[in-house]
Design a protein around this ligand. Structure first.
Ligand SMILES: *[C@@H]1O[C@H](CO)[C@@H](O)[C@H](O)[C@H]1NC(C)=O
Ligand SMILES: *[C@@H]1O[C@H](CO)[C@@H](O)[C@H](O)[C@H]1NC(C)=O
Ligand SMILES: *[C@@H]1O[C@H](CO)[C@@H](O)[C@H](O)[C@H]1NC(C)=O
Ligand SMILES: *[C@@H]1O[C@H](CO)[C@@H](O)[C@H](O)[C@H]1NC(C)=O
Ligand SMILES: *[C@@H]1O[C@H](CO)[C@@H](O)[C@H](O)[C@H]1NC(C)=O
Length: 493
């Protein structure tokens, strides 16, 4: 009998040891899932009209088709102007990208360089240059391509996005980051979140502005319609990009209009610039884009003087004249005769919409009345007062009033937000710690990280591994305890 008990105890002890070994192997395997080698990286250059930035993204390789799992490691600002400004010295456009590429080579582990997808997307600044002189645009592209090719990354090309793509990718970025498209549910499945509405996207660049949202009715103009199928859900989106209505080009159109309406082309008064502010502007700098045509009777003057009068009411009137609010044949429209259904749902307003409103401290969901009075008071400040209050900001300080009034006019009279729908606009720079813009959506699409069909088994092996780990822990404990019991307390008669 004692013999028998001893062999049973031995068997139990052996099982216990085996379980512990199995447990160790399982845990090592679980750890494997989190090894840094399973991280992937992607690089996207945002070549905007006024500046370029390089975004470095990373995500866990085994979960790449999920949502909200891409994070931003870094945003590197390229110094100097946008690449379209190098039209007459294209080699410098390529050279300007180097410091950020060098930085990316330090950030991304060397052994992953070759498999890091890298893109350059250019927007309205290059759209305008291509319109002006396509040879120049091609030369700039050839130079930036040459520079990026010197780095050991998986470069997948430089391209000019269409306005619709820019709007759509911004919309995808917002909804991906906020996880309104798909979410890992309590039922352990990737599902379209119940009762969650997708958000609209409002983007204001230097040379264009985009509005993209899911309207409540069918879209009447197919040029403004985008159909997407993401995670087995169909989205019918309205999107439009207004070329020349980005903030830099809009301010140029404004100045040109003020000069045209001025009694002297050498002396222009500007109601949106603060009283006491004065600057000299060259005609070459003002009339350098297809958005700002030369006046029909050009004056010989090369330089003219702009004097601020700080008059918000006159400023508003002058800015409204940049738009044509007549809808023409369409029942509902944005402006300049472009069809637009009524805005619907919540919106994120980012890039240019955010920066000026952030400076004015009006990104905190303040009422339209408060926003209006803040802008009005700011526009009434003299240049002397502004320089005293914001000595660090003098470079852009004279423009904030114009841009703020422009944004209000664009949102209210252009896109037709009103005092009720105003509170559905969220002015934001980031979501989930990632900068909001078209770049992330662009990369997600080009790397096929958003599948059209639902995800089935994206969670990897982790649940199985944990289940076996728990099974072996229980097995080891039970058999171990039984073995000890048998050996110490079994007293055969
Ligand atoms: C992600 O989706 C693509 C295409 O749908 C597929 O080829 C790939 O294996 C998926 N990756 C993971 C980690 O599930
Ligand atoms: C476009 O730029 C090229 C290169 O600078 C120049 O040779 C050509 O004349 C320009 N074409 C037009 C239409 O301005
Ligand atoms: C404004 O737009 C309407 C409709 O598109 C058009 O008929 C009209 O000529 C435009 N007015 C101006 C001043 O351009
Ligand atoms: C915004 O708020 C900050 C901190 O409260 C303040 O220093 C700054 O002057 C405000 N800016 C404006 C434009 O009022
Ligand atoms: C995403 O990329 C695919 C090519 O992979 C393209 O056919 C599709 O139109 C793109 N989607 C959008 C919204 O541009």
């Amino acid at each position: 009998m004692e013999q028998k008990a001893r062999s049973v105890a031995f068997l139990l002890a052996a099982t216990c040891v085996f379980s512990i070994i199995a447990l160790i192997l399982t845990v090592v395997n679980v750890k494997d899932v989190f090894l840094p080698s399973s991280t992937k990286y992607g690089l996207v250059f945002d070549a905007g009209s006024t500046h370029t930035a390089l975004y470095i993204y990373q995500w866990p390789a085994d979960k790449e088709n999920g949502t909200g799992i891409v994070s931003q490691v870094e945003a590197c600002a390229v110094s100097g102007p946008g690449i379209s400004s190098y039209a007459d010295s294209p080699a410098l456009a390529g050279a300007s990208l180097k410091p950020c590429l060098d930085k990316a080579m330090m950030t991304v582990p060397a052994k992953l360089h070759q498999e890091t997808p890298t893109y350059l997307g250019a927007t309205a600044g290059m759209r305008l240059l291509r319109e002006q002189n396509s040879t120049k645009a091609e030369r700039v592209f050839a130079e930036v391509t040459k520079t990026i090719r010197q780095y050991p990354v998986d470069f997948r090309g430089a391209q000019i996005l269409t306005g619709n793509e820019e709007g759509t990718f911004g919309w995808i970025t917002v909804n991906y980051l906020l996880e309104t498209l798909v979410k890992f549910s309590f039922a352990e499945k990737w599902e379209h979140p119940q009762g969650t509405e997708v958000l609209g996207a409002l983007d204001l660049g230097g040379a264009s502005t985009q509005i993209t949202f899911q309207p409540g009715s069918t879209i009447e103009d197919q040029n403004t319609s985008i159909l997407l199928r993401l995670y087995s859900t169909n989205y019918s989106l309205y999107t439009h990009s207004y070329l020349c209505y980005g903030q830099t080009q809009a301010l140029k159109m404004l100045l040109a209009a003020l000069r045209e309406g001025s009694s002297s082309p050498q002396q222009v008064t500007h109601p949106c610039y603060p009283k006491g502010y004065q600057e000299n502007v060259t005609t070459a700098a003002l009339y350098d884009s297809p958005c700002v045509p030369m006046p029909s009777t050009p004056s010989p003057a090369q330089v003219f003087t702009v004097t601020g009068t700080g008059d918000p009411a006159a400023c508003k009137t002058a800015i409204e004249k940049l738009f044509n609010f007549s809808c023409g044949a369409h029942r509902t429209c944005g402006f300049n005769g472009i069809y637009q259904p009524p805005v619907r749902g919540q919106f994120f307003a980012f890039s240019g919409f955010y920066y000026t409103f952030h400076f004015l401290n009006i990104t905190g969901q303040q009422s339209l009345g408060h926003v209006n009075s803040t802008i009005w008071a700011f526009c009434n400040s003299t240049w002397k007062e502004l320089v005293e209050d914001f000595p660090q900001e003098t470079e852009r300080l004279h423009m904030y009033c114009s841009i703020a009034v422009y944004i209000l006019t664009l949102l209210l009279d252009g896109y037709k937000f009103d005092e009720h729908t105003w509170s559905s606009i969220h002015f934001s720079k980031k979501a989930a710690n990632v900068d909001i813009g078209w770049t992330l959506g662009f990369m997600l699409n080009l790397t096929n990280m958003i599948p059209t069909e639902a995800l089935v088994h994206v969670k990897g092996q982790q649940p199985d591994l944990w289940a076996s780990a728990i099974f072996f822990i229980v097995l080891a404990t039970v058999t171990g305890l039984m073995a000890i019991f048998l050996l110490c307390f079994w007293k055969p008669k």
